[in-house]
Design a protein around this ligand. Structure first.
Ligand code: SAH
Ligand code: MG
Length: 199
């Protein structure tokens, strides 16, 4: 049984890497699963499912964890459905196929993970902060964006990436200056932030 879980995960990860699906790095997953247990997190909303890897890892970290996760790419959504089924987690992982910016949810979550379009972090934050429990947290991935965010703009040849970097920097500034929330930034994986409400 334990071996099945291990092999299942290995396979999902291998396929994601082969298909260049940008799944979370091991140290990011480790950080998040530790955070989940230290804060006794039970309900998670994830923006950006891809093929379900991070949702599955979070669900496997504790049998009490339930995940709702949103993906707008149909192929990836289908693959995620398959993967969740394969890992026998259909009762704890709910997959939504839609653009997250079109999704309205009523329930509240202990943790919100933002890991979708990097230019839209602020839009996701604004849309879903009302779904955050009073003591809830928001974790955002890829704030370093392969190291580009720390680079001088003049050294980035791609116009697209420069645009993305500006957006990510603006999001970081938004988090730093926010009076409702306190944010810590970590040099883990591709750079993450942990935002908690100021009480
Ligand atoms: N969390 C995943 C990786 C997500 S990759 C893991 O670690 O396993 C980012 C995903 O976000 C992509 O699959 C992309 O299609 C999706 N995405 C981008 N913009 C989105 C949006 N507006 N709504 C929903 N999904 C979005
Ligand atoms: Mg990511």
């Amino acid at each position: 049984m334990v071996n099945d879980v291990y092999n299942g995960i290995r396979q999902i990860k291998k396929e994601a890497l082969e298909e260049s699906v940008p799944i979370m790095q091991d140290e990011t997953i480790d950080f998040i699963t530790n955070y989940i247990s230290s804060k006794n997190i039970k309900t998670i909303l994830e923006i950006g499912t891809a093929t379900g890897y991070s949702s599955i890892m979070m669900a496997l970290s504790n049998p009490k964890v339930r995940v709702v996760t949103i993906e707008k790419d149909q192929e990836r959504y289908k693959k995620a459905l398959k993967n969740v089924k394969k890992m026998d987690l259909e009762d704890r992982i709910t997959l939504i196929f839609n653009d997250a910016l079109e999704v309205n949810l009523d329930n509240k979550f202990d943790l919100i993970i933002i890991d979708a379009a990097k230019s839209k972090n602020l839009d996701f934050f604004s849309r879903f902060e009302r779904n955050l429990e009073v003591n809830g947290s928001i974790i955002t991935d890829n704030l370093s964006f392969h190291g580009y965010v720390e680079k001088d703009l003049s050294l980035i040849p791609s116009r697209n990436i420069r645009g993305l970097v500006k957006k990510i920097r603006a999001y970081i500034t938004f988090l730093k200056e926010n009076t409702k929330y306190k944010t810590k930034f970590y040099d883990i994986g591709d750079g993450i932030s942990v935002t908690e409400r100021r009480i």
